[in-house]
Design a protein around this ligand. Structure first.
Ligand SMILES: NC(=O)c1ccc[n+]([C@@H]2O[C@H](COP(=O)([O-])OP(=O)(O)OC[C@H]3O[C@@H](n4cnc5c(N)ncnc54)[C@H](OP(=O)(O)O)[C@@H]3O)[C@@H](O)[C@H]2O)c1
Length: 297
């Protein structure tokens, strides 16, 4: 039986992972009345509100004092990392300060796989800063270091079928991705564990898919399922960045994606600990399932 006696707040409930985390908390037995959905734009959270979840305004850019009042009565907080790359370390610091002053007993933070030793160079900095801020705060916390989402490849899968090629710079690097729903379920499992603070505070979980694949193997899977020829086009970091910019991606996004692929070539998106499926109690979603779902859209 889950421990449902605490009030649990989730940030970013208007986003994909935050909304799924609330759904997984509900599915694991947490009453809606003991879930607080935190949203920069509360009007976007109407569906969760209709389920009985309390929605409170929560903008990471606001000072900790404003945010602390939104955390009144909250026992555990799932801090879903902000999507505003470049502003995140400061934003997360505001949230951590607010949680401390509101007396939150446990913060679960969605960090990045192997962030402290990562072969990626763009994304880890803000996650490392947040992990350090959590440590400095003294608030009990658990690090959910999420690997890549299967869903990151949805647009590449569509493009691969249309153009007959899938580009990337991850060479033979294996990518152990899982679905957002898998990561959301792991967060819910941690927060609803019996004596969650004793069981999980101070822990770092490296979360990734049970299975791993190269981008060439992903191209092969798309070809198999679509019946269309899909060739993998291996590029180096700079050529991949240029290709992404040529199709209209802003430079910082192209840089981040090319850097992540380059890091993947060095094993930066790989993990075979199966910690994610151990936490949820079920296998992670295979990339083949995401390919099938994407092709149906
Ligand atoms: N592991 C991976 O492969 C991967 C891939 C992409 C992203 N990520 C990270 O994982 C996080 C969750 O992923 P996702 O797919 O759920 O992202 P998402 O759908 O873009 O959701 C991001 C959430 O952050 C909220 N947010 C952004 N800035 C905010 C602010 N200043 N104050 C309060 N809330 C703010 C957004 O609110 P609004 O609705 O108001 O915009 C939204 O609810 C991302 O934010 C990013 O840090 C990981």
């Amino acid at each position: 039986m889950p421990n449902t006696t605490h009030t649990i707040a989730v940030t970013g409930v208007t986003g994909n992972l935050g909304a799924l985390a609330v759904e997984k908390l509900l599915a694991r037995g947490q009453p809606a009345s003991q879930i607080v959905g935190l949203a920069r734009t509360p009007s976007k959270a109407a569906a969760l509100q209709a389920k009985g979840v309390t929605i409170r305004t929560f903008d990471f850019e606001q000072p900790a004092t404003t945010l602390a009042s939104a955390l009144a009565g909250v026992d555990f907080l799932l801090l879903v990392s902000s999507s505003e790359v470049g502003k995140r370390a400061a934003q997360h610091q505001h949230v951590i300060d607010a949680a401390k002053s509101a007396g939150v007993k446990l913060i679960a933070y969605t960090s990045l796989l192997h962030t402290d030793t990562s072969a990626l160079t763009v994304l880890p900095a803000e996650h490392n800063a947040t992990e350090a801020a959590l440590k400095a705060s003294g608030v009990p916390h658990v690090l959910l270091r999420n690997g890549w989402y299967n869903e990151n490849y949805e647009s590449s899968i569509g493009g691969a079928v249309a153009q007959g090629k899938l580009m990337g710079a991850s060479a033979e690097g294996k990518i152990a991705s899982a679905s957002r729903a898998d990561y959301a379920d792991a967060a819910a499992a941690v927060l609803l564990a019996d004596d969650a603070v004793a069981q999980h505070a101070g822990k770092t979980y490296e979360l990734a898919g049970d299975e791993a694949y190269t981008l060439a193997e992903l191209a092969g899977e798309v070809q198999k399922q679509s019946g269309k020829t899909v060739e993998y086009v291996p590029l180096d970091r700079d050529a991949y960045k240029a290709a992404l910019e040529s199709i209209g991606l802003p430079e910082p996004i192209a840089e981040m994606l090319a850097d992540s692929d380059n890091g993947a070539a060095q094993g930066g998106l790989f993990d075979n600990s199966k910690t994610l499926s151990a936490l949820t109690g079920k296998p992670t979603t295979p990339i083949a399932e995401t390919v099938a779902a994407t092709l149906k859209q």
